[in-house]
Design a protein around this ligand. Structure first.
Ligand SMILES: [Zn+2]
Ligand SMILES: [Zn+2]
Length: 149
């Protein structure tokens, strides 16, 4: 029994792709970061985790794409900025995106269950909603915009 290969390595192997050190390192960094991170933040995390990693930012970009294709990471694109998070044991979720301050709070997938059911019933369309962004204005920004000047 060996315990020395990290879980990420096994996950990548199980997905049938070639396991590279870069993929493992980036996946580990992704797991450590809460919520969504930009490529630069993930890059910084990789460097912080292992000062000798010697990884190029372009490698991080490419690898994050690969991890997303593999279903190990989810990407979330908003206003030209792409962020990533670990797809791992996190519940599937959607996001609210505030037009004012740009926060992206998560909402449970069940919040859209009625919508999904209505679409299925009315159109016979099987909705594949895994990671959706709903734009609007958060409570804080609404308060600010409604406050008398
Ligand atoms: Zn997310
Ligand atoms: Zn806001």
């Amino acid at each position: 029994m060996t315990q020395d290969s990290p879980a990420s390595e096994q996950t990548i192997r199980a997905s049938g792709r070639r396991m590279t050190m870069q993929r493992v390192k980036i996946l580990e960094a992704l797991k450590r970061r809460p919520g969504h991170s930009t490529t630069e933040q993930i890059y910084a995390q990789v460097c912080a985790d292992d000062a000798s990693a010697e990884m190029a930012l372009s490698t991080v970009y490419r690898t994050l794409d690969t991890l997303t294709e593999m279903g190990l990471a989810v990407s979330f694109s908003d206003g030209g900025v792409t962020t990533y998070e670990w797809a791992g044991d996190d519940e599937p979720h959607h996001h609210l995106v505030c037009n004012g301050c740009g926060t992206t709070p998560e909402i449970a997938i069940s919040a859209l269950a009625d919508l999904v059911e209505t679409i299925e019933q009315q159109h016979g369309f099987a909705v594949d909603l895994r990671h959706m962004a709903i734009r609007g204005q958060c409570a804080g920004c609404r308060e600010k915009s409604e406050a008398p000047r």
